[in-house]
Write a new protein. Structure first.
Length: 217
């Protein structure tokens, strides 16, 4: 008697036996001290898909960002679309943070940081989001030049279908046009929001990461 055929709804397998398992990592690289003298770290997500390809997902400022000039970066800012109905502009959530209130210098708007917009003179613009292949990306080059930390937070066959979810969350964040602030909301808030929205472990490398306490929607 022949063996029964594989059920059509059985769990999918990897495309190649030598490909690595699906894996989600939260990485960081050190950002040189700026006007705020925070010396903090920038967080991003690195994801290994079922086919073995490795992707990055990140956020940053719309002004002065290398990603704005990188033709290989896919901008997920969705400037000509609306966020999903669950996303409501101006309802960003702030958790308790250890970052003290800081008085912004006059050239940045002169307002007090505390979860509030810093004014129309914000030179960094809004939060924009990107994803793309890790190999050869600006994110890869920055990380390699200034290694800081990489933490694996999920691995295995049950973690093989996050790409579309990650990309959609990035589009939603971009469409909100949130002012970028070095102390948050910022790139670290983008990573925190992705983890919260996908119910992944809310973990990161043990680094000083301003903005981590902010969930963007």
């Amino acid at each position: 008697m022949s063996n029964p055929s594989t059920p059509p709804n059985s769990s999918p397998t990897k495309i190649c036996e030598t490909c690595p398992e699906c894996k989600v990592e939260v990485g960081s690289f050190f950002v040189h001290p700026s006007v705020f003298d925070t010396g903090g770290s920038h967080l991003f997500i690195r994801y290994t898909k079922r086919d073995g390809s490795m992707w990055y997902y990140r956020g940053g400022p719309s002004t002065g960002s290398e990603f704005s000039e990188d033709p290989n970066a896919t901008e997920a800012n969705a400037q000509n679309s609306e966020p999903n109905p669950e996303v409501r502009t101006g309802e960003q959530k702030d958790e308790a943070s250890s970052v003290p209130e800081v008085m912004m210098p006059d050239w940045l708007g002169g307002e007090t940081y505390g979860g509030q917009e810093i004014g129309n003179t914000n030179p960094m613009g809004a939060i924009i989001t990107h994803y793309g292949l890790w190999s050869g990306s600006v994110e890869e080059r920055k990380y390699d030049n200034r290694p800081s930390g990489m933490l694996e937070i999920a691995r295995g066959s049950s973690h093989c279908d996050y790409h579309d979810s990650f990309a959609n969350i990035l589009r939603n964040i971009g469409a909100l046009n949130i002012d970028y602030d070095t102390l948050g909301p910022n790139s670290n808030s983008v990573v925190r929001t992705i983890l919260e929205k996908t119910s992944l472990p809310v973990l990161k490398p043990d680094r000083f990461t301003p903005g981590w306490g902010t969930i963007l929607y």
